[in-house]
Design a binder for this molecule. Sequence first.
Ligand SMILES: [Zn+2]
Length: 261
Amino acid sequence: MIPPAIHLVFLFILGCFFGSFLNVLIDRLPRGEDVLISRSKCDYCKKILKPFDLIPLLSFLLLWGKCRYCRHRLSRQYPLIEALTGFIFASLYFYTILSGSGNIGYFIFLILIFCQFLVIYITDLKERIIPDEINLTLLLTVAIYRLFLTPEPFLPYLVSGFLFSLFFLILVFMTKGKGMGIGDVKFAFIMGLFLGYPKILIAFYLAFLTGAAVSLILVIAGKKRMKSTIAFGPFLIAATVVSYIWGQELYIRLIHFINLS
Ligand SMILES: [Zn+2]
């Protein structure tokens, strides 16, 4: 028997390698560049990077965060995404396989879903774009997950996806696309399909609450004006993850709280 700690370390390292592919997606999808064929280059001197420049985390640490060729400082996004992806792999393994709540297929599909969440989080934060390619692959991944890997019936999840994205579509029309875009409407459908009722309500509540709080802080801190908007995707993603894990409990507490008052 290999001890579980070794499994977790192995999955963290595997996740770091997968994370460097996510970095490629984050950099290239918003610019419409191909993600599979062309080799990785330094953003500054355009030199094609060699395999030993591309070892996740390690290359960045050994080179002190600078390009080997032109010594230009590299973005901290690279090691950050690699480490986060490693963390996603290890923690989902713990959440599903080690805790006995899911099989290997369930584990793999959750990894695929959470990694695509990470890509959307960063592209929306950086470029204010949720790439259509990711929305489409994420939709397929979530649909397969709901159809074949979870025991609950599919229809209620489909309905919550439709209702939630319809609600977003109305919001986009009412605000004339100032607060949210069509990318958010498409993502809302995926959220509903992934979470279902009542977790979708909790996610919705958390996303608007945190979105409003952060906007207010930015306005007070003088970083944003009242009229300017912030990307809403990151709030939707964070709320989806929290609600996926703790949504049921939060919902019960909320109902209990409403009944008391
Ligand atoms: Zn360079």
